[in-house]
Design a protein around this ligand. Structure first.
Ligand SMILES: C[S@@+](CC[C@H](N)C(=O)[O-])C[C@H]1O[C@@H](n2cnc3c(N)ncnc32)[C@H](O)[C@@H]1O
Length: 187
């Protein structure tokens, strides 16, 4: 089955969790990653990689000695990535992003440089959404960035509660068109 067909089939099985009918475009991937200073990265955390459209772009630019820690809850996407990502920089975790700080600590890191999230925040309960953002905030270094895309502006309020600054950009070159939130921890 092609990547796109497999994505659509898993969307119909678990609409709320997957949150989108198609993988993101390369234009959205570029927007999501353009504010990352890859040269100085030690740890990037990715939440909700799906079939890995952002993951592969991150790995193209990530230094040899850096780590990409990935959280995927859907078993199909997790197994797919496990099979396809043969890279010593990758730590792939089949668990919810709600538990991100536990894994970061267990891996021996004090903090992450960036969190790149594709999670469907708008489909989640307020409690789970807040827990994930709080955990992401806690693991970020000072001036670290939480970068999230969404198809609407409904998540702006909750991101504003946690982060000291939240910048918005938009790309029509995705299906559906998407907003990118770049949230900076400044404490
Ligand atoms: C909208 S898809 C994005 C996939 C891919 N990054 C893209 O942009 O094409 C959201 C992904 O988040 C995953 N997901 C949903 N809730 C999650 C959670 N609590 N923890 C980890 N992954 C989760 C879904 O299984 C799905 O792969």
């Amino acid at each position: 089955m092609s990547n796109k067909k497999s994505f659509i089939s898993h969307f119909w099985q678990e609409k709320k969790m997957v949150g989108s009918m198609t993988p993101s475009s390369k234009f959205l991937a570029e927007k999501m990653l353009k504010n990352i200073d890859f040269k100085h990265c030690k740890l990037i955390v990715e939440l909700g990689p799906g079939n890995g459209v952002f993951t592969r772009k991150i790995l193209e630019q990530l230094p040899e000695d850096a780590c990409l820690m990935i959280f995927e809850l859907n078993v199909h996407f997790y197994e797919l990535l496990k099979k396809e990502l043969d890279d010593p920089r990758v730590v792939l975790i089949h668990d919810s992003a709600e538990n991100v700080s536990k894994y970061v600590q267990e891996a021996g890191y004090l903090c992450a440089d960036y969190v790149v999230s594709s999670l469907p925040l708008a489909n989640m309960s307020r409690k789970i959404c807040e827990k994930i953002i709080q955990e992401s905030y806690n693991i970020l270094k000072n001036h670290g960035k939480y970068i999230q895309f969404q198809y609407s502006l409904v998540s702006k309020k909750v991101l504003d509660v946690f982060f000291q600054s939240v910048h918005l950009s938009f790309t029509p070159l995705n299906f559906p068109p998407a907003f990118v939130y770049t949230c900076i921890k400044e404490k």
